[in-house]
Design a protein around this ligand. Structure first.
Ligand code: NAD
Length: 354
């Protein structure tokens, strides 16, 4: 089948594109405007495959998006294009409102227009899968609570508010226009090809360069970490077998505090990269605590019972195994991140947390 992936040059989108080309027979079109976080190097290993297509396009360009639908004739849409970094949404929220809310609206309208011209059997197969975050649910103060699919939305940051809005809009297009939609809300991802401003790659690269490892507040914030390759398998399961109109929460069953994430990386580096920068005896010596982020949520944790029970998905990686794979990948793929730094991206712009 033909799958249109928006944001397919980003971290999760490129993992999804690699999975669909390497592990399935599907033909894909990646639609991406290549913002600072979009990177064609992340698609290098599949770019010569005859089932892979790429088009540079901003989802806000409605006419162009409609043309891509007409030309490619997708059977499924997987919508990942977004502004995704919380710190940037605090610095300049406008782009988040435009891409995440208006962009989703334009894409839905293009999909609705295309869908209305399909025959009845094509309509049966068509899906619009919106990829979202657990951050829409807000903050968990109590250590025993979990987000499930009926948890009320309570976003804290401009990023999570824009994603929450887009989720509501997608649901409305199902209810009002009968567009066959699916929504997934996932916890924090990590793994190869993660843009170096996000916590895990930022800590790995900074440690290797002997730079300080800044941690917001006391570092006790808890996130539920999911290895990106487990996430994309879940997305494909939902796309193929998910029930139209439903939402599925996806989580890693790996709740870890930020400080434990950072110290675990330091411990793995002690073993895998023992030749440290001269200024330090241990990688942990680089840890520093900085002023907390405004509106910083304390804890996110997903109840992923529904996707396990109805679709049989469960993550394969533990945090220990996934983190080790991730550190190894960054040690082997210095070229990938150095090319990012050699462009217009500057190290000092790197944020301090997810
Ligand atoms: P990312 O920032 O790495 O990638 C986003 C991609 O979207 C980039 O390739 C960028 O060029 C593209 N893009 C941005 N604006 C665009 C526009 N206007 N038109 C076309 N393309 C545009 O983000 P990611 O971490 O891969 O996240 C992908 C999706 O998954 C997002 O919707 C995010 O909200 C969601 N999500 C992410 C996580 C996570 O931990 N990273 C967790 C849950 C959900």
């Amino acid at each position: 089948m033909k799958i249109l992936i928006t944001g397919g040059a980003g971290f999760i989108g490129s993992a999804l594109a690699r999975y669909l080309i390497n592990k399935t027979e599907n033909t894909i079109m990646v639609l991406d405007s290549l913002t600072y976080s979009g990177n064609l190097d992340s698609l290098k290993e599949i770019k010569n495959n005859s089932r892979f297509n790429f088009t540079k396009c901003n989802i806000l360009e409605f006419e162009k998006v409609k043309e891509i639908f007409t030309y490619f004739e997708p059977c499924k849409i997987m919508h990942l294009a977004a502004e995704s970094h919380v710190d940037r949404s605090i610095d300049s929220p406008k782009q988040f409102i435009e891409t995440n809310i208006f962009g989703t609206y334009y894409l839905l309208e293009a999909a609705r227009n295309f869908y209305s011209n399909l025959n009845s059997s094509q309509k049966l197969d068509f899906r619009f899968h919106h990829i979202s975050t657990d951050e829409v649910y807000g903050d968990l103060k109590n250590n025993n609570d979990l987000f499930n699919e009926s948890t009320p939305y309570s976003p804290s940051s401009p990023y999570s508010a824009s994603k929450a809005s887009s989720d509501h809009i997608v649901r409305a297009w199902k209810k009002t226009f009968n567009l066959p939609t699916l929504i997934t809300n996932c916890s924090n991802n990590y793994g190869p090809y993660h843009f170096p401003e996000k916590l895990i790659p930022h800590i790995i690269i900074s440690a290797l360069n002997g730079r300080s490892l800044p941690i917001y507040g006391n570092g006790k914030q808890i996130r539920d970490w999911l290895y990106v390759e487990d996430h994309v398998k879940a997305l494909y399961k939902v796309l193929c077998d998910g029930k139209i109109g439903e939402t599925y929460n996806i989580g890693g069953y790996n709740e870890v505090t930020n400080i434990d994430v950072v110290t675990s990386i330091c411990e793995i580096l002690e073993e895998l990269a023992p030749n440290k920068p001269k200024s330090i005896k241990h990688y942990k010596d680089l840890i520093s605590f900085v002023e907390d982020r405004p509106g910083h949520d304390y804890r996110y944790a997903i109840d992923a019972t529904k996707i396990k029970k109805h679709l049989g998905w469960y993550p394969e990686e533990t945090f220990e195994s996934g983190l080790r794979k991730t550190v190894k990948w960054y040690l082997k793929n210095k070229d990938w991140y150095e090319r990012i730094f050699s462009g217009d991206y500057k190290l000092e712009r790197i944020g301090k947390s997810e």
